[in-house]
Design a protein around this ligand. Structure first.
Ligand SMILES: NC(=O)c1ccc[n+]([C@@H]2O[C@H](COP(=O)([O-])OP(=O)(O)OC[C@H]3O[C@@H](n4cnc5c(N)ncnc54)[C@H](OP(=O)(O)O)[C@@H]3O)[C@@H](O)[C@H]2O)c1
Length: 316
């Protein structure tokens, strides 16, 4: 498994990261046995970067991950979690909430430090609180060694870039913005890299949009985007391919070019992990890519900030 160093001098992280939202049952129910199996398989395969958040399954993902990591040597994985988001529409970037949240995460995860602590979905919540309380608190925690690095996450690329550069954070995690359908992160990532900030590309499957099964009901994409993605899945199937594999081949195999340190994929099944590791190196067939791009051409870069859908949650 290829690795990148966070910030040049930081920990070495695998270019595929295990995304923990799935472990919170966000897509379907997941048993502890499945969580144990996928985490063990990831570590065994050299996938050492794991991302989670208190929000995923309203603490269920962190609890399941903590159990699955019991017995693993702490040096064998690089752990990222988040503060600030606690429900579908519940943000709190105050100092007290930040400290309480970190303590609760440490307890659930069974660790004494977090490698990257991120402010979750910063386009929501109180901006002043984020800048005046959460981020200064994270800086203090970093100086005390309780956390290794500070990150921000979200969907609004322009805000992520502004805050990350101005506040000199270490990492940015953007989601659903570097996929077969939406490539807007590419430009932002180059600029963030130039400012010394490591970039994570989360949700290369567009939170299930770019899979044969299609997105969950709560997905925020516009119906036109869902329709085009369904056409892309059909085009793939007609050529004997699977849209999720093509989407991951694209994201993994172009990540280094745009300056992505790691691609964060949600996986609750060890079988998906195995397929996804294969997609990192299996050559992407240009004819299949062309067919998928044709199906998605009319909705390229059309996120729900551009054309809102009617599906559920305000960001994830
Ligand atoms: N604001 C933020 O900070 C933010 C937002 C979004 C995401 N993230 C992070 O990024 C991670 C990835 O995002 P995500 O999990 O929401 O979306 P995603 O990675 O785009 O998609 C995950 C979904 O795809 C399925 N899947 C994975 N590999 C597959 C394959 N080979 N074939 C078919 N289906 C496959 C998973 O199924 P199974 O679970 O059944 O394996 C899951 O349902 C999250 O888990 C989280 O850690 C952060």
């Amino acid at each position: 498994m290829q690795q990148n160093s966070l910030g040049g001098d930081g920990p070495l992280v695998s270019t595929l990261a295990l995304g923990g939202a799935s472990l919170g049952g966000v897509y379907q129910d997941v048993s502890q046995g499945e969580a144990d199996e996928v985490v063990a398989a990831a570590l065994q395969a050299g996938v050492n970067l794991i991302d989670v958040a208190p929000y995923y399954g309203l603490t269920r993902a962190e609890t399941a991950l903590g159990v699955a990591l019991r017995g693993a040597a702490r040096n064998d994985y690089v752990l990222m979690t988040k503060v600030g988001r606690y429900g579908d529409r519940d943000w709190d970037f105050s100092r007290d909430a930040t400290l309480r949240s970190l303590d609760a995460s440490l307890a659930r995860l069974g660790v004494d430090h977090i490698d990257v602590l991120q402010c979750h979905d910063i386009e929501h919540g109180d901006r002043r609180q984020l800048l005046d309380e959460a981020l200064p608190t994270l800086r203090t925690l970093k100086s005390e060694g309780v956390i290794g690095r500070i990150g921000v996450t979200g969907y609004d690329l322009s805000l992520l870039e502004d805050v990350a550069v101005e506040q000199q954070v270490d990492t940015v995690m953007a989601y659903c913005t570097y996929t077969l359908q939406d490539r807007r992160l590419a430009e932002t990532a180059r600029r963030l890299n130039a400012a010394g900030i490591s970039v994570f590309n989360a949700s290369p499957l567009g939170m299930g949009l770019l899979t044969a099964k299609g997105p969950p009901d709560w997905h925020p994409a516009h119906p036109a985007v869902r329709q085009a993605a369904a056409e892309a899945a059909k085009a793939c199937a007609a050529l004997g391919a699977d849209l999720s594999v093509v989407a991951l081949q694209f994201a993994f195999q172009t990540a280094a070019r745009i300056g992505v340190a790691s691609t964060v994929v949600g996986m609750s099944k060890a079988s998906n992990l195995t397929r996804n590791i294969e997609a990192m190196t299996a050559p992407l067939d240009p004819a299949i890519l062309a067919a998928v791009e044709a199906a998605l051409a009319s909705v390229r870069d059309i996120g729900w900030d551009v054309l809102p859908g009617d599906g559920g949650k305000a960001g994830r």
